[in-house]
Design a protein around this ligand. Structure first.
Ligand code: GLN
Length: 291
């Protein structure tokens, strides 16, 4: 199928969707983005799209839709085409400068909120998100815990710009600071420290989907020392920064549960350190509880 042929045969919305889905399938791409992009093009949500299926699609709209479908074929993530991703029920702006938020990270938030209630009740807490990227962790925490004071850091100025924009759109007050790892946290104690640092080993790059490897920022994905470098740095830094009671929550790669648990148990001998699986039963988080 080529563009010209498609342009002349598509009259209705449902035909655009069918053509795009089968085109993506033929090239081994996921089909769901065809629907997401069509909603984006028409400016409707899922039910709006269903209602519009038998409407005519304008040539101009179809041409613009199809240009985006061609980008998907090339491996561009759908979130880079729509400019957004959903996280914990909210819409976040994304760009190639930040990691696209993942559903696994929502589970880090979920567990943190549960622990916060257990350890602190409704008390005001000081929380930090190290390597905030698009800002999802810090901003979501502030949205869910308006009584918290939240600082979010990143070494990338472009990422901080995006995170600041997201905080503004979601109308929350998060204090963004540029700096490497926990450096911006120095000089005071924190009740909650969260991070989803880069954790993919360089040798794992070839196993990643091209949509990730070729389009997402490498500084957000990859870490030295078999993917453990960021955890090693944090294990050195956070013992001096965490309050008692306190919570440290880290997202990890599915093969890193034992290594990261051991690293933090050694760094914080009196903490309760445990690894938690995600919904797909993969090791995904390590939490340290200080009482
Ligand atoms: N904190 C951001 C997220 O969880 C970015 C993480 C990263 O870039 N490694 O999506």
């Amino acid at each position: 199928m080529n563009k010209v042929e498609t342009l002349t045969t598509v009259e209705f919305v449902y035909q655009a969707l069918e053509q795009a889905a089968s085109y993506l399938k033929r090239y081994g791409r996921e089909e769901t983005p065809a629907r997401i992009l069509l909603q984006h093009e028409l400016g409707v949500d899922y039910s709006g799209l269903v209602a519009a299926m038998r409407d005519k699609i304008e040539d101009r709209q179809f041409a613009s839709y199809w240009a985006n479908i061609e980008e998907l074929i090339e491996g561009v993530p759908v979130q880079h085409l729509t400019g957004v991703e959903q996280f914990y029920g909210r819409t976040f702006q994304v760009s190639p400068a930040v990691l696209i938020p993942r559903p696994e990270t929502e589970e880090l938030i979920e567990e943190t909120l549960k622990l916060k209630r257990e350890l602190f009740g409704a008390e005001e807490v000081q929380a930090a998100d190290i390597g905030t990227g698009s800002g999802v962790i810090g901003i979501t925490l502030k949205c869910e815990l308006p009584e918290a004071e939240v600082m979010a850091t990143d070494i990338s100025e472009e990422a901080l710009f995006m995170a600041e924009r997201n905080a503004e759109i979601l109308n929350v007050d998060v204090h963004f600071t540029k700096g490497d790892m926990a450096a911006p946290l120095a000089g005071r104690k924190w009740d909650i420290i969260l991070s989803n640092p880069p954790y993919i080993a360089h040798h794992e790059a070839s196993g990643l989907a091209d949509t990730v490897r070729e389009f997402e920022p490498h500084e957000a994905l990859f870490a030295d020392r078999n993917g453990l470098a960021a955890y090693e740095t944090l294990a050195g830094q956070v013992p001096g920064l965490i309050s008692r009671p306190g919570i440290i929550g880290l997202e990890i790669g599915s093969s890193q549960g034992a290594a990261v648990t051991e690293l933090f148990q050694k760094a914080l001998p009196d903490a309760r350190v445990y690894c938690k699986k995600d919904i797909n039963k993969h090791d995904r988080m390590v939490f340290c509880i200080l009482e």
